[in-house]
Design a protein around this ligand. Structure first.
Ligand code: COS
Length: 384
């Protein structure tokens, strides 16, 4: 359901105010503690941020893709860890249910995901399966009216906080590729499921990832997403298509923040008796970052519009993820350069963004996977 223009603009400005007044002042503290204060999570719940994309009949805001990216353009101006807190509930941790779930699965889980009562997490990657998502080794073997899951999932975002996992496991051991994989909804307190210690990582402190281990973890038959075996890979791909547009918007938002921080710094920092913004070589960096950020915003908005209109946007979603994640890497690099020595110092926070944005080129499909998807689709559409 689409919001009217006034309601959307009110929502976007409320989120913008929240980012400026509550999130940006806490960035340093959250990175140091590697955790978001619970009170802030409650504020995010009160603002409805966990349910942006979940249909209204299940308690979410039911935003269209275009509306969602407008909110993310604001929310993403703060450290990526804050977006990550609500990211999985709005994207890969809920959309498998929204897209492929049964009515009972939707009724049971979507309201709790929408209000943030539980955190959803997407358990696809494994020690031996990342880019090659169809080769998962985790198994789900039929047992009576249920399944027994065994295997290890790796680098699972928000798993330490999660109440519900969408787990991809092989139900057909004789089918090696994607078609033998099914998706399951597994609650975090199910016996046999355990979450490892949060991994130590390069950036995005405050957003936690860990291993999720299944050791004879028994689930009932109604945990099978959509009630159909063999559809798990397709569910994962459809979920990731939406997630890639969302992530493109996050990258644009961070780039816009860095452009504005770089401009402000260049206009106040003086060298050779004048603000460095007066120097053409600094201007070139500012102009390149502005131009690339604008290009990213334009393609994300256009892809979102096409998706809302019912178009198939797998190619364009990959274009957004590929371009925007690479683009924000270049913008972050220039931001450090424009800030000079200050850009390398922890207190200014620019080096933190430089580390944070590196992940965007890796998760939810590396840049190389996006290139493969784009080219494969081009060749198929050309009849190859
Ligand atoms: N939407 C719906 N269905 C899709 C799809 C999509 N976006 N992409 C693929 N499919 C379907 C295909 O149509 C095919 O169906 P049929 O068997 O009925 O023909 C099936 O899924 C297998 O597709 P394909 O042969 O393209 O699969 P591959 O094993 O070659 O894998 C890539 C394709 C590499 C693109 C895929 O594995 C991928 O996206 N990997 C990256 C995963 C990822 O992002 N990992 C990061 C961790 S998740 S945070």
């Amino acid at each position: 359901m689409s919001l009217d223009a006034k309601t959307l603009s009110q929502l976007v400005s409320t989120v913008a105010r929240f980012v400026d007044e509550r999130l940006i002042p806490l960035e340093h503290e959250v990175a140091e503690a590697d955790a978001i204060p619970p009170a802030l999570i409650h504020e995010m719940q009160d603002l409805g941020l966990f349910g942006l994309t979940i249909p209204t009949e299940f308690g979410g805001l039911g935003l269209t893709m275009f509306e969602e990216v407008q909110v993310i353009f604001e929310l993403g101006r703060a450290s990526p860890a804050f977006r990550s807190a609500i990211g999985t509930n709005n994207s890969i941790g809920s959309q498998g249910i929204v897209i492929s779930g049964t009515d009972a699965q939707k009724q049971r889980y979507l309201p709790k995901l929408a209000n943030g009562e539980i955190i959803g997490s997407f358990a696809l990657t494994e020690p031996e399966a990342g880019s090659d998502a169809g080769s998962v080794r985790t198994t789900a073997i039929r047992d009576g009216n249920g399944y027994i899951i065994n295997g290890t999932k790796r680098y699972i975002t928000n798993s330490p906080q999660a109440g519900l996992f969408t787990v991809f496991a092989r139900t057909d051991l004789d089918t090696k590729g994607a078609n033998g994989v099914s998706a399951f909804l597994v609650e975090a307190d199910t016996p046999g499921l355990s979450v490892g210690k949060p991994d130590r990582k390069m950036g995005q402190q405050g957003a936690q990832i860990a291993d999720v281990v299944f050791n004879d973890c028994r689930v009932t038959g109604d945990a099978l997403v959509g009630g159909v075996e063999g559809q798990g890979f397709k569910t994962a791909m459809k979920t990731l298509d939406r997630g890639r547009i969302h992530l493109g918007a996050v990258c644009v938002a961070v780039a816009e923040r860095l452009v504005s921080d770089s401009l402000r710094y260049a206009m106040t920092r003086k060298q050779f008796g004048q603000p460095i913004a007066g120097f053409q070589l600094v201007q070139a960096m500012l102009a390149d970052s502005k131009t690339e950020t604008f290009a990213g915003r334009s393609m994300v908005e256009e892809t979102a519009r096409q998706r809302d209109a019912g178009g198939l946007v797998a190619t364009e979603a990959s274009c957004c993820k590929y371009f925007c994640s690479e683009m924000v890497g270049r913008v972050a690099d220039r931001a450090v350069q424009i800030h000079g020595g200050a850009g390398y110092m922890v207190d200014y926070g620019i080096e933190r963004f430089y580390r944070d944005v590196r992940l965007f080129r890796i998760y939810e499909g590396t840049s190389q996977i996006q290139q493969l998807v784009i080219a494969k689709n081009m060749i198929r559409e050309a009849g190859g």
